[in-house]
Design a binder for this molecule. Sequence first.
Ligand code: ADP
Length: 334
Amino acid sequence: QRLVDSGPDGEDQAVEAALRPKDLDEFVGQEKVREQLDLVLRAARARGATADHVLLSGAPGLGKTTLSMIIAAEMNAPIRITSGPAIQHAGDLAAILSSLQEGEVLFLDEIHRMSRPAEEMLYMAMEDFRVDVIVGKGPGATAIPLELPPFTLVGATTRAGLLPPPLRDRFGFTGHMEFYEPAELERVLHRSARLLDVEIDTDGAAEIAGRSRGTPRIANRLLRRVRDYAQVKADGIIDRDIAAAALKVYEVDARGLDRLDRAVLGALLKLFGGGPVGLSTLAVAVGEERETVEEVAEPFLVREGLLARTPRGRVATPAAWTHLGLVPPQQGNG
Ligand code: ADP
């Protein structure tokens, strides 16, 4: 597992639970989503009704699970958490839906990865609070309608565009989660440090925030590694120097690139003069699988404006040369 991976890992789960904001006021950033969601929830509460279904789109680690828990808390409702890949058969979904309590929030992570039959069952459940349970097989199969209590579905997906339109249309509200600004991540870090009982100063938080790839989950993870370092090598207090020294040990650089990112970028610059070079060639040069380079390293490099994917291959941008402290070769008259 990479330190800068935005997905959850085993060790994280307990700490993450402890660090999750409990209500909308504690939730840092995402002003637009927060304001809109606040209205949706207040209105539902005023009507004494179950909140509309909510779709949250955005990269891993930006707070979708946290928001779904906040929705349940604000509606004073229980929450059930599951994910698209966990629902392979329509029957799996029917079992979950039929056991929901009135007003319960059902959080469905990676909703775009649900199986097709389950998805179709979900349409009806979302709209009419009803499912047809198929009993038996073949020509003798019968559909038994089953009434469901009203519930709120909170679906999460990396991109709303991945959802089939009929599913997308059944959500009353869609919130798009953005990557966080450094100042917002600093607030996340100060809050987490308080909860973890770690002392961190303004510069220390800024140093970690700048390396966190716009993602609270990564910020919290880096904070814990820096805390270890501060405890072992210093007096436990995190300032700029301690944060920088700790993250140097973990090979996370000033912009949040790790060893793999820098290997890909370094090969592109040093071996291929900045490209264009094909993905497979680049992968062989860094000794990684094609998929690893394409799916793990590249998205962040592209987002950071360090690498571009062109029809002729991968190309480094001028910022890439600067970042690795290299000088681009002379062009034009060579
Ligand atoms: P996702 O479901 O989008 O992958 P999570 O909701 O699990 O992300 O959030 C990952 C971690 O980041 C959690 O520990 C959570 O406390 C923290 N986090 C996410 N968003 C925020 C936020 N806006 N403010 C404070 N902490 C946050």
